[in-house]
Design a protein around this ligand. Structure first.
Ligand SMILES: Nc1c(C(=O)O)ncn1[C@@H]1O[C@H](COP(=O)(O)O)[C@@H](O)[C@H]1O
Length: 162
């Protein structure tokens, strides 16, 4: 089995429909990943253990999604030097702006690469993770180039009446 280099973590089971977009992209590109529920609020010991072990386990990118008071991505970034890509999950009360602001405004020294709110942001997190790994993996780079070319080719030149 391929070595897992990407960890997808999320604050709650309820984030999975969003975070699955990242997983689906990684599946399409043949990138091995693991998906775990880890919460800074509800399972702080699990967060600590995951962050402490990340480098030793060979993780190269962590995609962290959370909604509302979304402290998970930033706390994970504080615990490991493995790059963290943050996904603001859309919320009902504040449309995900709360999640975005919670993730994006990190203090100097502990960055989180923050994506857009919601499903598109999660998919882009998968693509960003693949792009990082592709720097050291020529086969993956080829698959990513093909994926991008296929998307580009699927865009019509002219609009049609629906
Ligand atoms: N933002 C966080 C964290 C965290 O940042 O550690 N843990 C859970 N949550 C968020 O709470 C929201 C509601 O969770 P529930 O649906 O389980 O009530 C989720 O979007 C989750 O990411």
């Amino acid at each position: 089995m391929a070595e897992v280099k990407v960890g997808i973590i999320m604050g709650s089971q309820s984030d999975w429909p969003t975070m699955k977009q990242a997983a689906d992209i990684l599946d399409e590109l043949g990138v091995a990943y693991e998906a775990r529920i880890v919460s800074a609020h509800r399972t702080p010991d699990r967060l600590w253990d995951y962050g402490r072990a990340a480098v030793g386990r060979g993780l190269q990118v962590i995609i962290a999604g959370a909604g509302g008071a979304a402290h998970l991505p930033g706390m994970m970034a504080s615990k490991t030097r493995v790059p963290v890509i943050g996904v603001p999950v859309q919320t009902r009360a504040l449309s995900g702006v709360d999640s975005l602001y919670s993730i994006v405004q990190m203090p100097k020294g502990y960055p989180v690469a923050t994506m857009a709110i919601g499903a598109a942001g999660a998919a882009n997190a998968g693509l960003m993770a693949a792009g990082i790994l592709a720097l050291q993996d020529a086969d993956l780079a080829e698959r990513l180039d093909a994926w991008r070319a296929a998307l580009s080719a699927s865009i019509p030149e002219e609009p049609v009446d629906e």
